[in-house]
Design a protein around this ligand. Structure first.
Ligand SMILES: Nc1ncnc2c1ncn2[C@@H]1O[C@H](COP(=O)(O)OP(=O)(O)O)[C@@H](O)[C@H]1O
Ligand code: SF4
Ligand SMILES: [Mg+2]
Length: 336
């Protein structure tokens, strides 16, 4: 079996990514930085089109090579910048040290291969197991992800399984090599509420059992409320606010975060009208100058349309936790 690297942090530094098509450039990530520790759930939250999936696919090395360009940035797994490694070495690390689950298992699972072959292939490729060892381990993993009848499932094709089972199989494949980090990109968005809860609980229990760090990606602040340790809010390819969950929920400082909170249905707000955020996330081809949020921001001033705000520390309710936000008018009083 190959040696385990077991890094304790995954750190994304100043990641800047564009898609180039002819004359057009879509600057989808504009200097993303975030840090993930093992045994921690760090959620990345923002409306659709804000750059969440580009972040996850870039970490996994799955950006479309014909059109994507990494302009700058680093992805450190422990001490090692994986973007500086040769592609074959990057591939070895991804899948083994960093694994990913997607929104749509149907697109990820190979319809022509039995589930068992798809799980054992990972084990043989990354961990060098022989067939017998891989099957034994695959049965253990199915048990871990809460699937009974292991042998029958290993012999099934994906289309013979329900949506919830396919989601569990995808998670089984992702965790098969005991990764240090799991990236979960909207893993429950396509599921009904009951299944959503089951899959969230499964991801949390696996995090605890396997000591993984999880980058949990969602457009829905309600979903991340129960599971996150830390939350970063992304808008138009930049992190606009980042804090511990308790701090962010009790002391949101960026106008976009505050408006996201106002737009979520909540038991406390029953009977009150929810406020949708006017306008929409800009296309990565047409990011507004200055603060990208200024056309939608109720308190924008002249400086907001011309200067991009830097990310700064803001006063935190907790002396222990840092809290950062990128806004020129962080102290301005307003009621949304
Ligand atoms: N292959 C691509 N070519 C051009 N633009 C893209 C491509 N993939 C994503 N984008 C753009 O990058 C931005 C962020 O997209 P994405 O990360 O998928 O958003 P999210 O996952 O937050 O909904 C969007 O403006 C999207 O149109
Ligand atoms: S910098 Fe200006 S436009 Fe941007 S969020 Fe802050 S106040 Fe609003
Ligand atoms: Mg997405």
């Amino acid at each position: 079996m190959t040696e385990r690297i077991s890094s304790s942090t995954l750190e994304i530094k100043d990641l800047d990514v564009s898609f180039i098509q002819g004359e057009k450039e879509a600057n989808a990530l504009r200097g993303i930085s975030l840090s993930l520790k093992r045994k921690e759930v760090h959620s990345l939250v923002g409306e659709s089109g804000s750059g969440k999936t580009v972040t996850s696919t870039c970490i996994m090395g799955l950006l479309p090579p014909q059109v994507a360009r990494i302009n700058r940035g680093e992805i450190f797994l422990g001490e090692q910048n994986i973007l500086a490694l040769e592609e074959k070495d990057q591939r070895k690390i991804r899948g083994k040290e960093i694994a990913m689950v997607f929104q749509e298992p149907a697109r990820y699972l190979n319809p022509t291969l039995k589930v068992g072959e798809q799980i054992t292939e990972m084990l043989r490729l990354h961990l060098g197991m022989d067939k017998g060892e891989a099957v034994t381990r695959a049965l253990e993993i199915l048990d871990l992800v809460g699937l009974d009848g292991g042998k029958r499932i290993l012999g099934s094709y994906p289309h013979e399984l329900s949506g919830g089972m396919k989601q569990r199989i995808m998670i089984a494949i992702a965790i098969s090599c005991d990764p240090s980090f799991l990236i979960a990109d909207e893993p429950t968005t396509a599921l009904d509420v009951t299944l959503q809860l089951q899959i969230l609980n499964l991801i949390l229990s696996l995090k605890n059992r396997l000591d993984m760090g999880i980058l949990f990606i969602s457009h829905d602040l309600r979903v991340v409320r129960d599971i996150s340790d830390w939350i970063s809010v992304i808008y138009a390819g930049r992190i606009v606010e980042s804090a511990s969950k308790e701090e962010l929920f009790s002391n949101p400082r960026h106008p976009y975060t505050r408006m996201l909170f106002e737009s979520i249905p909540d038991a406390d707000k029953r009977g009150k009208r929810l406020k949708a955020i006017p306008g929409k996330v800009p296309d990565a081809e047409n990011i507004p100058q200055g603060c990208a949020f200024h056309p939608r921001c109720p308190i924008a001033e002249e400086i907001c349309g011309s200067n991009q705000p830097e990310t700064k520390d803001v006063e935190s309710n907790s002396a222990l936790d840092s809290h950062t936000a990128a806004c020129h008018l962080i102290g301005k009083q307003w009621k949304n």
